[in-house]
Write a protein that binds this ligand. Structure first.
Ligand SMILES: Cc1cc2nc3c(=O)[nH]c(=O)nc-3n(C[C@H](O)[C@H](O)[C@H](O)COP(=O)(O)OP(=O)(O)OC[C@H]3O[C@@H](n4cnc5c(N)ncnc54)[C@H](O)[C@@H]3O)c2cc1C
Length: 348
């Protein structure tokens, strides 16, 4: 470890604690986080999703903000709200769900954070989860409800402590036929190439390979250098390679980056270069990120599916907690938030 790393880590933690320490700086963080939110109630979130589909033909993946459930009751509450949201999304887009001939290109899916539906009892050295809330059994409840409503579920990926647990849970459910479940891979982790091989390429499941669905991103968490690349350009180069591997293997790929250069490269060299039709992939962006708006519009005009990540803050303050947790994991996001507001102001 470089000698300055603990120092930089200490400065970052101090900076984030300062931001969280009084009501004015908390207000600033809340303001920076606001563009990323789809709403503060389920109703507002669903309206934002409807609006985005009807006015801009953009698809959505719905997410309830909240991580690290403290009790089994809290975890159960998240599952209950997800089931409610699934039912209401289905009613909202009934015609599209009933008539869509593509299993994955439907107007809305849901994204779930593993730690929101499981209670963690031990994190170090190995992640342990309260038995009554095992990830596969909790996830299965949401996946089954979504399956009955023709809907997809994506298991978001949290930090590296969750990687094996998340991929194992997905594999268990795939073996039971849960073709509507998708996973997320993070190109910054060294293990990702082996994970692609082990969980996707070498395995057989009781459905066609084209049903397997993977969101690929660089990863939002600053992981230790022993297990992850620290250089962003290298993470992105790997992302491009992994997109190609997955597409060539016939897997449905959700390309989740806002970087216009990376997107243009993937579009021209990988997608056009390999003659991949638009039914085999989609582009995903975080709601409110300016580059996502710009690039998404361009891809929509080309007839590609564009899906936005639509988080809803159902518990007041959860948006702020989310920002703080994200910043602790990756302090560079403050700068992203400021740039994002700056791009909006310049556009006016
Ligand atoms: C739909 C979606 C789902 C995701 N799911 C996961 C997940 O499950 N697990 C996980 O670890 N990570 C997830 N991520 C986050 C992802 O891993 C990256 O952290 C994030 O997308 C930033 O990386 P980038 O590839 O866009 O490149 P960057 O170089 O970080 O960004 C490219 C450009 O977009 C801007 N930008 C990027 N992110 C933001 C932001 N938040 N606010 C404002 N501007 C921004 C940057 O300023 C820059 O101009 C997801 C991302 C998306 C789009």
């Amino acid at each position: 470890m470089a000698i300055w790393e603990p120092l930089i880590g200490g400065i970052n933690s101090l900076f984030i604690s300062l931001l969280n320490s009084n009501k004015y700086t908390r207000k600033i963080l809340t303001t920076l986080g606001e563009p990323y939110l789809a709403g503060h109630t389920l109703h507002e979130g669903l309206e934002a999703i409807r609006h985005s589909y009807q006015r801009r033909q953009r698809y959505s993946t719905f997410d309830i903000l909240g991580e690290e459930a403290k009790t089994a009751t809290e975890a159960q509450m998240y599952i209950h709200i997800y089931k409610q949201a699934i039912r209401r999304l289905y009613e909202q887009f009934k015609d599209q769900y009933e008539t869509a001939d593509h299993p994955h290109q439907r107007p809305a899916s849901v994204s779930v954070k593993p730690s929101s539906i499981c209670v963690v009892t031990e994190r170090n050295p190995v992640l342990q989860v309260d038995e009554s809330t095992s990830l596969s059994s909790q996830l299965e409840k949401i996946v089954t409800s979504a399956y009955n409503n023709n809907m997809d579920v994506t298991l978001d990926m949290e930090d590296h402590c969750w990687t094996t647990a998340s991929l194992d849970a997905a594999q268990q459910l795939w073996r039971k036929g849960a073709e509507n479940l998708g996973i997320v891979l993070q190109s910054r982790l060294y293990r990702t190439e082996q994970d692609i091989q082990h969980y996707l390429l070498d395995s057989t499941y009781p459905f066609h390979k084209g049903e397997l669905r993977v969101r690929i991103c660089i990863g939002a968490y600053n992981e230790p250098k022993e297990i992850a690349i620290r250089n962003k350009l290298k993470m992105k180069a790997r992302l491009v390679q992994q997109v190609e591997t997955l597409l060539r293997a016939g897997i449905y790929v959700e390309i989740a980056t806002h970087d216009p250069m990376v997107l243009n490269y993937i579009q021209h060299k990988i997608i056009y270069g390999n003659g991949i039709p638009p039914q085999r992939y989609e582009f995903q962006f975080l709601r409110g990120v300016r580059w996502g708006e710009i690039m998404g519009k361009q891809f929509r005009e080309l007839g590609c599916v564009v899906r936005d990540y639509m988080p809803v803050e159902l518990t007041p303050g959860e948006g702020l907690n989310y920002m703080i947790r994200r910043l602790k994991a990756n302090p560079g996001l403050v700068w992203n938030g400021v740039k994002n507001v700056g791009m909006k102001v310049r556009k006016r």
